[in-house]
Design a protein around this ligand. Structure first.
Ligand code: TYM
Length: 329
């Protein structure tokens, strides 16, 4: 079976972008592949030095993933810091990563712009740690949203350099989505991607109440509608259609799509329908996540067993790596 790996940072509440860009694929992939999914708590320190909420966030990410359908008996679900082999691989890969290429990464430049007072070395080497996450299990498929594409390219570069210098250890990992195109869910205000830290009213969290979900969708950016038949959809309208295609029935989607193409669409009606379908979709996930999150004994067990399984695979890789880099005496 091919090895699959992906991670999510515990930097806040999970939202629809995380779900549709990543978690939905995790749930599907667990039937077909040898899957490793983890909570990237080391990564969160690069931008979130305040750790008061970290423990709760880690628990929530685990609980929400299980609530969405991940089965910890089928997949290996673990917390990054429970697998120290990742840090060791990160150290070796750092010798193969160049300062210049790291400084050019768009996510690094964005983070520098957002927070110029905390440009730490961990932030600069973020893609190296991410490569170590992926390569530690010799994964080949990495289900992620579109924003992670460049990081995957860098992981391949580091893997290739390692193989070239020290001997073949790593297969090449690629970003994966069932539909071929990687997903990018936009913020409901039309400004960039939906994210944990941007406008809270334009981000729908998996934990939002029914009322809040309705309110946020009804506030989503629209306009006065198309004036020509079959015109191209502005990206913020396309985003509503994307969300509709994910949570509504095919008939509902096709009705509003036809209305758009015939210039008779009423966005108020579309949003009402989308809001109801979204509420119906999210409510059971929210209820289940809440239950799991309160069951600390169960969470502890999942994390402990996940770490044990992850370390077996990680040790096997580190063994080969140490041999390659001349660390076996
Ligand atoms: P993170 O925590 O920002 O996001 C987790 C996953 O959600 C996807 N995602 C989105 N997809 C579509 N539309 C959006 N608006 C949207 N927002 C987030 C992300 O693409 C991601 O798949 N660097 C990673 C975490 C990570 C990782 C890894 C991932 C660390 N090591 C190894 C894969 C493999 C990150 O910051 O994701």
């Amino acid at each position: 079976k091919e090895v699959v790996l992906s991670g999510i940072r515990p930097t806040g509440f999970l939202h629809l972008g995380n779900y549709f860009g990543a978690m939905r694929n995790f749930v599907r992939m667990q039937q077909e592949y040898d899957c490793y999914f983890f909570v990237a708590n080391w990564h969160s320190l690069t931008t979130h030095p305040d750790t008061k909420e970290l423990k709760d966030s880690v628990h929530r990410v685990i609980a929400e993933n299980i609530a969405c359908g991940l089965d910890p008996e089928k997949v290996t679900l673990y917390v990054q810091s429970d697998v120290p082999e990742i840090a060791e691989l990160y150290l070796y890969l750092n010798m193969l990563a160049y300062k210049g290429e790291l400084e050019k990464v768009p996510t690094f430049k964005d983070k520098v712009r957002l927070n110029p007072n905390n440009v730490n070395a961990g932030l600069l080497t973020y893609p190296v740690l991410m490569a170590a996450d992926i390569l530690i299990h010799r994964s080949v498929k990495v289900p992620v949203g579109k924003d992670q594409e460049q990081h995957l390219e860098m992981a391949r570069n580091f893997a290739e350099r390692f193989n070239h210098r020290y001997g073949e250890v790593f297969p090449m990992p690629y970003a994966f989505n069932y539909s071929n195109d990687l997903v990018k869910i936009m913020s409901l205000d039309g400004n960039g991607k939906m994210s944990k830290s941007e406008n809270q009213m334009a981000t729908i969290y998996l934990s939002d109440s029914d009322e809040l979900v309705r309110k946020k969708i009804m506030k989503a950016k629209t306009d006065s509608g198309p004036t020509e038949n079959n015109s191209e959809k502005p990206d913020y309208i396309q985003n509503l259609f994307t969300l509709m295609s994910l949570v509504s029935t095919k008939d509902t989607f096709e009705k509003f799509d036809a209305d758009f193409n015939n210039c008779v669409i009423r966005y108020g009606d579309m949003k009402k329908q989308l809001a109801e379908d979204m509420v119906a979709f999210l409510a059971p996930i929210r209820a289940r996540a809440m239950e799991i999150q309160h069951d600390k004994a169960y969470l502890q067990k999942v994390m402990r067993e996940g770490a044990e399984k992850a370390r077996i695979s990680a040790r096997a890789t580190i063994d080969k790596v140490r041999e390659g880099v001349g660390m076996k005496y």
